[in-house]
Design a binder for this molecule. Structure first.
Ligand code: 4EZ
Length: 227
């Protein structure tokens, strides 16, 4: 079964509209929608915002619903200068930019026995490249930095960019990657840019959340058809 998740309802709504035979199960505070897309069994959920919520939902998808891969779809703030609102970027690896145990000599983002960068599935990334080619859409790839902060400050953004060579910033990806790594489940993370993580980020996020979420979801659905 393919697990699909987003953080916010707006990020999964474009999927929900196109699933058939939907059966919704409430587990605690989250709803999980099992359904079919192009004959494939998928389970769809939004976690609510942030690393902890996202790790919980990823774990439930794996442990309660039997997800053997997880595809994350949503929006992100751009760090890379060549990324525009609506552009797609998938993560080659992800890092928690807000983890700090530097007091023990570890670099920011690093956790003993866990590491810092989580790699995504080479196989799923290859399918993404094929879909991009077939659709004729531009698909960026790079490092996505995750933390429990909405970044709306050029100085903070540049710091994250320099420290991790990060191209985009959001609040869930690395925690889902961590859960997938822990359970040995292949992970794919796609985001469409909603803002540039600068002083206009809050305004642009509100303006472009729905349209960028749809761009990301449409792409992931084309991937599902190829899995
Ligand atoms: C978190 N998501 C934003 C949630 C915002 C408002 C109620 C993506 C995102 C993001 N995260 C888009 N732009 C971002 C930015 N500049 N910093 C962090 O995954 C909730």
């Amino acid at each position: 079964m393919i697990g699909i998740m987003g953080a916010m309802i707006e990020e999964i709504e474009p999927f929900l509209k196109r699933l058939s035979d939907v059966k919704t199960t409430q587990i605690g505070r989250n709803a999980y929608h099992e359904g079919l897309y192009g004959g494939k069994r998928v389970t769809l959920a939004y976690s609510r915002i942030g690393k902890v919520n996202a790790a919980i939902t990823a774990t439930a998808l794996i442990e309660r619903f039997g997800a053997d891969k997880i595809l994350f779809s949503g929006v992100a703030g751009a760090i890379g200068k060549d990324l525009r609102i609506g552009d797609l970027i998938y993560a080659t690896k992800l890092v928690q930019h807000d983890v700090d145990i530097t007091a023990f000599g570890h670099p920011i983002g690093f956790i003993p026995e866990t590491g810092d960068f989580f790699e995504t599935s080479a196989e799923l990334n290859k399918i993404a490249e094929e879909v991009a080619l077939a659709k004729g859409v531009k698909l960026g790839k790079g490092v996505i930095a995750t933390g429990d902060q909405f970044v709306a400050d050029s100085v903070k953004k540049e710091l994250i960019g320099e420290r991790f060579k990060a191209d985009a910033v959001e609040m869930e990806g690395a925690s889902v990657a961590c859960a997938c790594d822990a359970f040995r489940v292949p992970f794919f993370a796609l985001r469409a840019i909603s803002d540039a993580a600068d002083m206009d980020a809050g305004f642009n996020f509100d303006a472009f959340l729905a349209s960028s979420a749809k761009i990301s979801a449409d792409f992931v659905l084309d991937m599902v058809a190829k899995l």
